[in-house]
Design a binder for this molecule. Structure first.
Ligand code: KG4
Ligand code: ZN
Length: 397
């Protein structure tokens, strides 16, 4: 489903846009889309083909840059994107054995995210597309996470589906009706779940880890929690009182505050490894259980109030690479007779593949953008369909 393909594709064939702007190919060759991502602290690029193959991908993380500050420093992130973006694009093309002439379109994350970071990717994407006369697709970062699960598996992950997007920037549940069409079900009332993982890791003084397939505070907390006993410091679940229990929203700041208070009251020592591990396990358990309960409500709401017959439950975003979270969601999906679909961990965190794939999906629908687009810092996902995209055929196809 997420197999890495080689650069070997059949010779280029002229392509046409079919009815309603849907891309069709005359001949055998699939479209190849270059995707760029720089919305937060990862600079990433990938080339993906419309038949779901990853031709090449490159990510440069910045964990070491930000660790000393205990969080992402926007100015530093932008500086590093400026330096890294040209290298990442070049490396991705080289690994694919391709030049820009072999790329059919450029997709770039347009928002939401940190303005300085987004600006680097959008400028790079627009320039590459304009200079090489390629169609440009401005991608919503969260739509890219939500569509990622379909790459090479469009028959299994059919619309509509219920999707849980759990990252450092967002915690939300939605119905994905189709490309560009999403209904928001629930969102966090305070911290995102990824932010909570990061802040609790800081509270517990857990050093970040650096890993090829994504490091940072969340994976460090998960690794430590493996040695912990979640029952020793059992934490109360958020929003379990009657009113808020019915809500589809999430809340994570209470868990973080409780752990801070416990530290201030001397209930544990962040210098003791077993205390760290037990609290990490307790937090992870509570976070996973809260996500599971709210997703159960989201599934029930989608079915009963919206008449949505979901084909599956999709979870994506950085926190969906957490094994305890996946296990809790897998149990839930199983109870509903639905498959749980999560991209592999490295494609759950920010990456260029998801942007390139969202580019493929949007191109197929004729959702192209002009070379004049700017980044959008705040961009609610359900606003996409109201943005008045004109489905159009590109003269470049
Ligand atoms: O999707 P992502 O890479 O970037 C955003 O769009 O935010 O998500 C990053 C977030 C960070 O908060 C990171 O600590 C968290 O996802 N994360 C994890 C894990 N891997 C990444 N949290 C818990 N367990 C993990 N294994
Ligand atoms: Zn993300």
């Amino acid at each position: 489903m997420f197999a890495c393909g080689s650069a070997a594709v059949a010779a280029a064939a002229p392509r046409i846009l079919g009815r309603r702007g849907v891309c069709a190919t005359r001949g055998a060759r699939a479209l190849r889309v270059l995707g760029l991502e720089s919305s937060c602290d990862d600079t990433a690029a990938a080339i993906v083909s419309s038949d779901g193959q990853i031709i090449s991908e490159t990510v440069r993380h910045q964990h070491q840059v930000h660790e000393a500050y205990g969080g992402i420093v926007p100015g530093l992130a932008a500086d590093h994107h400026l330096r890294n973006m040209p290298l990442v694009v070049r490396e991705t093309l080289e690994k694919a054995g391709m030049g820009m002439a072999d790329v059919d379109a450029v997709a770039v994350t347009r928002g939401p995210g940190l303005p300085g970071s987004l600006a680097v990717g959008v400028a790079a994407g627009k320039t590459l597309a304009a200079v090489h006369l390629k169609p440009l697709v401005g991608v919503h970062h969260m739509e890219a996470h939500a569509l990622m699960a379909r790459m090479g598996a469009e028959d299994a992950v059919r619309f509509p589906y219920v999707c849980l997007l759990i990252s450092g920037g967002h915690t939300l549940s939605l119905v994905v009706h189709g490309v560009n069409e999403h209904t928001l079900l629930g969102a966090t009332r305070d911290d995102s779940v990824g932010e909570a993982f990061d802040k609790v890791a800081r509270e517990l003084a857990i050093p970040w880890i650096d890993a090829e397939d994504g490091g940072g505070a969340g994976p460090a907390l998960e690794a430590l929690a493996r040695d912990g006993d979640p029952a020793r410091f059992a934490l109360p679940l958020p929003m379990e009182k009657s009113d808020s229990a019915r809500s589809l929203d999430f809340s994570f700041s209470g868990l973080k505050t409780r752990i801070r208070r416990m530290r201030e009251q001397g209930a544990f020592s962040a210098a003791c490894r077993q205390d760290q591990a037990d609290l990490a396990a307790a937090f992870q358990h509570a976070a996973a259980e809260h996500l599971q309960r709210k997703t159960r409500r989201a599934l029930a709401h989608a079915a009963a109030e919206m008449g949505v017959a979901a084909t599956c439950l999709v979870a994506s975003g950085g926190v969906a690479s957490n094994h305890a979270v996946r296990a809790a969601l897998a149990r839930l999906a199983d109870r509903h007779g639905l498959p749980l679909v999560c991209p592999p961990p490295r494609l759950c965190t920010d990456n260029g593949v998801m942007v390139a794939w969202a580019g493929v999906e949007r191109l197929r629908c004729g959702l192209l953008d002009p070379y004049t687009i700017d980044f959008i810092q705040r961009w609610p996902l359900d606003q996409l369909k109201r943005m008045g995209y004109q489905r159009r055929s590109s003269s470049l196809f």
